[in-house]
Ligand binder design. Structure first.
Ligand code: XUL
Ligand code: CO
Length: 447
């Protein structure tokens, strides 16, 4: 096969030198961490909509991207050619997985039948390539937000014909998921929310989308698709309020409608930030609910208010996210999907290579540091010590369900304030943060 992309396969070169770009400094696919190869923990994935389709637009400017497939003018020819580029990119980046929306792959026709036929031609080629290369589909999804018909949402559209269209579209996407062995199936509620409360029947829309999800689960059973369903929370944008605001809101929704046995969460760094949370916060709450499914590994920008989908480069964040990830035992049916794009001024193909390398090294570095934090039981020790007063006495009685408010009253009623405060300890936040810095420096620098 002649090379379409003019760069060599990226290799692990270790912690040598300062300048990035010559190879992976921290991602060593075959190296074992916590008894498992790094590539089996991390399961990196290329996002088709960004890496193959994104023109690097922003709300104020046209696309700047220069791509080798731009010269192919026929839309179907270009769609088919991009599949070759994708698979070569996966090979050269040493990435085993990819993810897509149905509409990322092929142009729409005049009817859903025509659209499906265009899509299936590309799926035929993808299936063939997967077979030849062993690359895998991390997840697929349907785009229910770009086309004008979805201006008020898909599964929460107030218009029944649009709602029906959304259902028909998902049906075909699930057939594709089954055919390609997709590990998960994602619902990101792009316009599933509202712009204006007073023209929206929120209860009716939530009932609709919950029933819609149930139909998806039923259809998956009917066709024998066994992948994990995922909801991807985001607080707003493009709607002013998205129903799946953040992890805790999505968990409450799933439990309210009895969907928590069939769905988990796909959590994204930039979405966490837009919701006013850290990324590790979102991952923590999903993990504790037993609903951590997959990660869209990207970053927000503290100075820009919108979803910028930057490639991850923050090792402090990746360390804390990977710590939660390790406590979860990794992501059996998920991975780290780079829902990320280079900056608008990084318009060359080379920037896609460098962006993925940055993301992969950032999470590989995070995994290494998190593994050491886990081995040393550093955070575990802090928590055990901080809550130790619940291990005996009144605290233990309470946790065992043996106390009533009257028992608390008896216990404290005559104690002087100094006695109550005696066992209150400093949270030592400054020391802990600084210790995490030391872990990062020592684990990554000490070679
Ligand atoms: C949008 C976003 C989506 C989902 C898939 O903010 O994150 O690309 O990941 O629909
Ligand atoms: Co995403």
């Amino acid at each position: 096969m002649t090379d379409l992309l003019n760069f060599d396969k990226v290799k692990y070169i270790g912690n040598s030198g300062f300048k990035a770009g010559d190879g992976f400094h921290f991602y060593n696919p075959e190296e074992e961490i916590q008894g498992k190869k790094m590539k089996d923990w991390l399961k990196f994935s290329v996002a088709y909509w960004h890496t193959m389709d994104q023109r690097l637009v922003d709300p104020f400017g046209d696309g700047t991207a220069v791509r080798p497939w731009d010269s192919i003018s026929d839309p179907m020819d270009q769609a088919l050619a991009k599949v070759d580029y994708l698979f070569e990119f996966l090979d050269k980046m040493d990435v085993d997985y990819f993810a897509f929306h149905d509409r990322d792959l092929a142009p729409q026709g005049n009817t859903l039948r025509e659209t499906n036929a265009n899509l299936d031609k590309v799926i035929d080629k993808i299936e063939q390539k997967m077979h030849e290369t062993g690359k895998k589909l991390l997840w697929n999804t349907s785009n229910l937000f770009t086309d004008v018909r979805f201006l008020a949402g898909g599964a929460t559209s107030p218009f029944a014909d649009v709602f029906a269209y959304a259902g028909a579209e998902i049906k075909h996407s699930l057939e594709i998921a089954k055919r390609l062995g997709s590990e998960s199936y994602v619902f990101w509620g792009g316009r599933e929310g509202y712009d204006y409360l007073e023209n929206t029947d929120t209860k009716r829309e939530l009932d609709h989308i919950a029933a819609f999800f149930r139909l998806a689960v039923d259809y998956a059973k009917e066709i024998g698709y066994k992948g994990q369903f995922l909801i991807e929370p985001k607080p707003m944008e493009p709607t002013s309020h998205q129903y799946d605001r953040d992890a805790q809101t999505a968990i409450a929704f799933l439990k309210t409608y009895g969907l928590d046995k069939d769905f988990k969460l796909n959590l994204e760094g930039n979405h966490a930030f837009l919701a006013g949370h850290t990324y590790e916060h979102e991952v923590r709450f999903a993990r504790e609910a037993g609903l951590l499914g997959s990660l869209d590994a990207n970053m927000g920008d503290k100075l820009i208010g919108w979803d910028i989908d930057e490639f991850p480069n923050d090792i402090y964040e990746s360390t804390l996210v990977m710590y939660e990830f390790l406590l979860n035992g990794g992501l059996p049916t998920g991975g780290l999907n780079f829902d990320a794009k280079p900056r608008r001024q990084s318009f060359e193909m080379e920037d896609l290579r460098l962006g993925h390398m940055a993301g992969m090294d950032t999470y590989a570095a995070g995994l290494r540091v998190a593994s050491k934090l886990l081995d040393d039981k550093y955070f575990k020790g802090i928590l055990e010590d901080r809550y130790s007063s619940f291990d005996s006495g009144i605290g233990a009685d309470f946790e065992a369900g043996k106390t009533k408010f009257a028992d608390f009253e008896n216990y404290v009623i005559d104690k002087p304030e100094s006695e109550i405060f005696k066992n209150v300890k400093s949270g030592r936040q400054e020391q802990i943060k600084s210790t995490v810095n030391n872990y990062i420096f020592n684990v990554l620098g000490g070679k």
